[in-house]
Design a protein around this ligand. Structure first.
Ligand SMILES: *Cc1c(COP(=O)(O)O)cnc(C)c1O
Length: 464
């Protein structure tokens, strides 16, 4: 399988190079050159597979020609062996036509584990096939850092350095990063904000010499392999609710649009999906786009669902590429406009194509608490604030009630205990595997918000 950049100027690459590159050299994001479509019979034949078997069956075509093509089923078995539920992504029914898809059974209790665990194993095997090493540098406001560290800890060919804003991540999130005892994991608390951390990472990627010297790589959701791995739970949920013979709708609490876009990929692969109900918190750039057709950057305000506090939904670029009929130069013009003026407007045909499948909604913090409370009262389920935004997206939609709605439960309630307690009076317990989180020793370095000092640190800790 070959992969193209959404901006049309980078050369096509195979899976292994796309995995290692993350972002394309022209600034675009990679997509498969064509969609491997499955027939209804193909999907039916996947009913009853284990999660790891399903993951292999769904993702196999993307690895055609990869050096590790034949190792895919081992990758999936290993990646999902550490999850704490035998179904990996079980469902719980909330009411007549609404289900929660629990995506918090991985090592760090958020849905990012479902992709990053796979990516960690893919890195290991691709790098050992190529006899190379890489250095991963990332910035985190919370969930991505811990999931990436859990995926890369102890991997021979990878060093991982995660920057977080000092004093600005929750204690659970910080401890999930700093208590990992592996010599290839390095946490750095930056004296600054999350935006400062992100700017440092960007600057390192823009320094070509530095980038090449240390084989710099990224694990954020621009990496195609993450999107690919996330298509699997769409299939698993749909198949267990009667798919592919009955269309299903998905409600997705959204930040960077990676999760929602993975659902679109599943649909392009032939899985019948009725609709994507996309929920934002007060940082509602996407909802405003759905209302107006214009994507316009505004400031970011902290909310109860911090993993969705984003300025731009970077994966929306992939959907634009498809909606514009794979016109790379047109996408590049939109993205240049965003950079220069903080805004772009989607042309009508593309906007209509997107509106057929995606509906936007928003929920502020007061609404989030109200949904956590009402869900608990109606069903006895405790849900986290991100999931609450998804539940609202499902409940507020005017979709045909005969269509089952699956809400992505993207984090375990115990990851955000304060919000859950404020809404319900109950403080959720951490699952047993993390019960000793507060007893473990923390390892973390501190650095000023200074590019030279951070680059020196990264060089010193990279084994490339
Ligand atoms: C990352 C994250 C999201 C947002 O997912 P995107 O793919 O960025 O849209 C939602 N909820 C939780 C808990 C997350 O960690």
């Amino acid at each position: 399988m070959r992969f193209q950049s959404t901006r049309g100027q980078a050369q096509e690459l195979g899976f292994d190079d796309v995995l290692l590159a993350g972002l394309a050299r022209d600034g675009g994001l990679y997509l498969p050159a064509s969609w491997p479509e499955r027939s209804i019979d193909d999907w039916r034949a996947m009913r009853g597979l284990s999660y790891a078997e399903l993951a292999t069956a769904v993702t196999q075509p993307f690895l055609a020609g990869s050096a590790i093509e034949s190792q895919l089923s081992q990758v999936m078995e290993e990646a999902y062996s550490q999850f704490d539920h035998p179904a990996v992504a079980p469902m719980v029914q909330l009411d007549d036509n609404t289900w929660l898809l629990e995506l918090f059974h991985g090592p760090t209790l958020a849905f990012k584990d479902y992709a990053l665990q796979v990516v960690g194993h893919l890195f290991d095997r691709v790098l050992s096939a190529k006899k190379e090493r890489i250095t991963i540098v990332g910035a985190t406001s919370g969930d991505t850092g811990s999931a990436a560290i859990a995926a890369c800890a102890g991997r021979e060919a990878v060093d991982i350095i995660i920057l977080h804003p000092k004093g600005r991540v929750s204690e659970v999130q910080r401890r999930q990063m700093t208590t990992v005892d592996a010599s290839n994991v390095h946490n750095v608390a930056i004296d600054g904000t999350f935006d400062d951390c992100q700017a440092l990472v960007k600057a390192m990627f823009n320094d070509q010499t530095f980038r090449d010297d240390i084989h710099l790589s990224a694990v954020n959701s621009i990496n195609w392999a993450r999107i690919m791995a996330q298509t699997v739970y769409y299939a698993s949920a749909a198949l267990s609710l009667g798919g592919p013979d009955r269309p299903v709708a998905f409600a997705v609490p959204t930040g960077n649009f990676g999760n929602a876009f993975a659902g679109y990929c599943a649909a392009r692969m032939g899985l019948p999906i009725a609709s994507f109900l996309v929920g934002s918190n007060r940082n509602d750039i996407l909802t405003r786009y759905f209302e107006t057709g214009a994507m316009t950057i505004e400031g970011v305000e902290p909310s109860l669902s911090p993993a969705m506090d984003i300025q731009v939904s970077s994966n929306f670029e992939r959907l634009l590429f498809e909606a514009y009929g794979r016109d790379g130069p047109a996408v590049k013009r939109l993205m240049d406009g965003l950079l220069q003026s903080g805004s772009y407007t989607v042309e009508e045909a593309a906007r209509n194509a997107i509106a057929e499948q995606f509906k936007g909604s928003r929920l502020d913090d007061e609404g989030t608490k109200a949904v956590i409370q009402s869900t608990y009262e109606a069903t006895g389920q405790l849900i986290d604030p991100h999931t609450a935004v998804g539940v609202h997206a499902a409940q507020s939609s005017d979709l045909d009630p005969a269509i089952p709605r699956v809400v992505m439960a993207t984090a375990h309630p115990a990851k955000f205990p304060d919000a859950v307690e404020a809404a319900t009076g109950l403080r959720p317990d951490l699952p047993a595997a993390l019960a000793n989180l507060y007893d473990l020793e923390e390892r973390c370095d501190e650095l000023p918000n200074d590019l030279d000092k951070v680059q020196d640190y990264v060089r010193a800790h990279s084994r490339v």
